[in-house]
Design a protein around this ligand. Structure first.
Ligand SMILES: NC(=O)c1ccc[n+]([C@@H]2O[C@H](COP(=O)([O-])OP(=O)(O)OC[C@H]3O[C@@H](n4cnc5c(N)ncnc54)[C@H](O)[C@@H]3O)[C@@H](O)[C@H]2O)c1
Ligand SMILES: [Zn+2]
Ligand SMILES: [Zn+2]
Length: 390
């Protein structure tokens, strides 16, 4: 089969490799129909996630068709149109039983790296380094999916491929971020980052009762979509002092809930902070460029919530713990436990309350994967998400 492989920092190539096979009885093989880029892949591409090996297949947001099922798989058959949640749960460990699928104890066959880094081993993620299980990713003709009964969902009639593909990752991530922000009716919610994740967090915040969402980014096309599709107020952080603007929009209090949809490669217009963060990150003295998260914590109203969806890998310098304590903030985070939300999200799509299809700005052949990532990384040609069709 053909697959888009990581060959080193900022090096991708499409290769011919053997097809995957069923390994365990609960596995299935999916023929990929669509596989999307995600901001998390940029952290791999830029070389900030360790334990990537040349030849690893990346990609974790995908839609496909079941072509083979393991002997213990029930409820799925050849020909079913399905999505797979990007973070793997087993369905049986104590965490999965509590619907904390992204904390699964059993889905990472290489537990040591994350156990050393984080204190406990973390769940496996498709195409996301050997530390996260070494699973082959979805930018390929076929992909092996473990624990299919837990991670795979049939797509209902009436939902298009262009809508369904994002229910694998961007949609449940945004929804989870709004959920853990504990939004109450009437709240003002600020969202940093208007990529696919931010766009879905904006929409989800409204679904959960927010009165007003303020979206922050610097790309005009993304801010435009946040307004037009999400109904948010857009703020370009290169044009405004974001803290001042947020105070002004909230009667001097600050937003009730702040959602970071940026992560460890935040950009800032504050040259000193950017140079400091970038230099330390490149010297491996810290792993995060934390401008967006620092700003969210600083701007959030007293007693409010900061929900962190952006991915961080290790240690952040100049983390404003004092603001968290003295403003009584609640900070929650996590990789998305999408299995908890997929059925609800399909219902929102069928009811017309949510339509993620506009995230797909660039449908492309898998053979053009390296160009798709270059475009997504540079945010050129108004690329919100490139989706590969093998
Ligand atoms: N928690 C999860 O389960 C999960 C799932 C998917 C993605 N993610 C993470 O979410 C983040 C966003 O993903 P995406 O696919 O939307 O990525 P993306 O690259 O498309 O979007 C990120 C956006 O952040 C903006 N940005 C950068 N610096 C900023 C700043 N200082 N203030 C405001 N905006 C800023 C960029 O301009 C860009 O539009 C990434 O860190 C990704 O790893 C997490
Ligand atoms: Zn992702
Ligand atoms: Zn589990």
């Amino acid at each position: 089969m053909r697959a888009l492989t990581w060959q080193g920092a900022n090096k991708l190539s499409v290769e011919t490799i053997p097809d995957p096979e069923i390994v365990n009885p609960r596995d299935i093989i999916v023929k990929v129909l669509m596989s999307s880029v995600c901001g998390s892949d940029l952290h791999l591409l830029d070389g900030y996630v360790p334990t990537m090996h040349p030849g690893d297949i990346i990609g974790h947001e995908f839609l496909g068709e079941v072509v083979e099922t393991g002997s213990a798989v029930t409820g799925l058959s050849r020909g079913d149109r399905v999505i797979t949640v990007s973070i793997v749960g087993c369905g049986e460990c104590a965490h999965c039983q509590r619907e904390e699928y992204s904390c699964c104890d059993n889905s990472n066959p290489n537990p040591t790296a994350t156990e050393v880094l984080y204190g406990q081993p973390c769940a496996g993620i498709f195409g996301y380094s050997h530390a996260f299980g070494g699973y082959a990713g979805s930018h390929a003709t076929y992909v092996r999916v473990p624990f299919a009964d837990v991670n795979v969902f049939k797509v209902p009639e009436g939902i298009t491929n262009e809508q369904a593909v994002f229910v694998s990752d961007a949609v449940p991530t945004g929804y989870y971020g709004a959920d853990i922000a504990e939004i109450e009716p009437g709240d003002t919610v600020a969202v940093w980052g208007c990529g696919g994740v931010g766009q879905m967090a904006i929409r989800s915040a409204y679904l959960m009762g927010a009165e007003r969402v303020i979206a922050i980014d610097r790309f005009a096309d993304r801010l435009h979509l946040a307004k037009k599709k999400g109904g948010a107020i857009g703020l370009d952080y290169t044009q405004f002092d974001i803290h001042e603007a947020l105070l002004e929009l909230t009667g001097g209090r600050g937003p009730d809930r702040c959602i970071d949809c940026v992560g460890m490669e935040a950009h800032t217009d504050n040259t000193l902070e950017q140079v400091y963060d970038k230099a330390k990150q490149q010297l491996r003295l810290h792993t995060e460029r934390g401008a967006a998260l620092r700003q969210a914590i600083y701007s959030c109203r007293k007693g409010g919530n900061v929900s962190v969806l952006g991915v961080y890998a290790g240690l952040m310098d100049k983390f404003p713990m004092g603001a968290i304590v003295n403003k009584a903030l609640t900070v929650k985070s996590g990789q998305q436990p999408g299995q908890r939300y997929v059925s609800r999200l399909f219902e929102h799509i069928l009811n017309g309350e949510l339509d993620p299809s506009y995230l797909l700005t660039h449908p492309m052949s898998l053979e053009d994967g390296p160009q798709g990532y270059a475009m997504f990384k540079e945010k050129s040609d108004d690329c919100l998400r490139a989706v590969f069709i093998p």
